[in-house]
Design a protein around this ligand. Sequence first.
Ligand code: COA
Length: 465
Amino acid sequence: MQVGIDDLAIYVPKLYIDYKDFAQARGINPQKLEYGIGIKKMALVDTNQDSACMAANACLKLMQKNDLQPQNIGRMYVATESALDESKAMNSFVIGMLEEVYGEGSFEHAGGIECKFACVSGSYALYDNTNWIRAEENNNKAAVVIVSDIAKYDIGSAGEYTQGAGAVAMLITENPRLLAFDSKIASTIIKNEYDFYRPFGKETPLVNGNYSNLLYLIQVKKAFDSYKEKAIRTGLIRLRNGESITDHIDLFSVHLPYRKMGEKALAYLLRHEWRHLPRWQHIIKEIGMIEPVPKDPRGTIESILADKEFMESDEKFRRAFMQTSSYNEVFEQKMASSLEASSLIGNLYTASMYMGLRSLLEFEYKKGVELESKRIGFGSYGSGSSAMVFSGVIQPEYRGLVKNMNLEEEIGMRTKLSIEEYEEVHKNERNLNDCHLRGHKEFVLVKIGGSTADKAGFREYNYLN
Ligand code: COA
């Protein structure tokens, strides 16, 4: 049985900050943001928006464009690290909003939970719901997986230029039109880490940026090793002499805290996969430098980061590798299209890789590439930490869906905030009703908390026509 993503819909808030304004305000060279990080616009939520209404807006779009009724949906999972309540799942807020449109009780038959594991939880949600359908527990109903997040970092921190906000809703069905997941190969890795975390009550995370970058690369590589073993063992991929498994993956979609991180993740993976193959000799010749090894190759991430000599020469090698024709050919053909949306929206935590998938499909199609039967390899990462590597194959009916994808049109007219306006929103200095944009044909937050103590934390939403 083929199960996978039948269709997807996105929601991106219409406020943004421009990288040039941001660079000027923080005294940063704008080229660092444009090329070093890969950001041009960072999407921001208005005072009358939160992660739940973004999730509901993405889900409503998905339902409307596919003529779905609540009766067609048996499960709804919401993956987020921007939770609104320690106990009440984001799903219940989302269901409440959708029932404003579809009628009270219209989702009563369905089920679902909120999932948390930093940016990777959406991938676990997809995997679990795919297997719910494979196990034929679904009673002919579809599952919806929504990933929705607000990436918010402290003002003045290095993370501040990797902010963003948005949601993606995905319809999971049997015989999907877009992408069928390969079975029995999804691979995970998990470890207790403090690379990025947000203790209770804190609105912004505590992050060890460089540590989190390296951990992401290492964890995805380890999950990829396990994926490779399964793909070969199950006969999904057959390697000939001198081949790498990356030769059999046509397109890549990876976790994208910022555009440049996707480029680096591909470089790390290719180095790992190619260094024992005959092609590596040509690459080393082109680079003109031997690949460095740490003083203690079996050391910890801390010991590798502390090995200054290695880190410096490895950075030099990595940059040179990213200039080689071998890297650039793979990058242009297999990854570049997935990074377009990231530059225009910013970090979306759980939704970042799936916005990347959306971007990959749209921009590869616009290049005129035939996508049918192409295998997409996914490298999902969540701090804390866990990685999941899996793959899927683009289905014949993809054209009917992808031909209508237009990111700029879908986001619509955007409003640029000045740095002063942005900081005011960031510091929660504006009242909920004092929003910049009122909203049109979407759910918005209208009230938090009731007049009595037993209504503390109540959130009320309205659909604006
Ligand atoms: N022109 C072009 N590029 C420039 C530049 C300029 N004038 N000045 C600096 N750069 C480049 C740097 O060379 C570097 O590129 P490289 O990665 O190819 O080496 C890049 O800009 C980033 O600069 P750097 O100083 O190394 O990092 P930073 O201190 O700005 O921090 C993060 C970057 C990502 C670590 C930080 O934004 C962060 O902590 N983000 C949140 C955590 C996160 O997203 N983690 C990801 C894993 S989940």
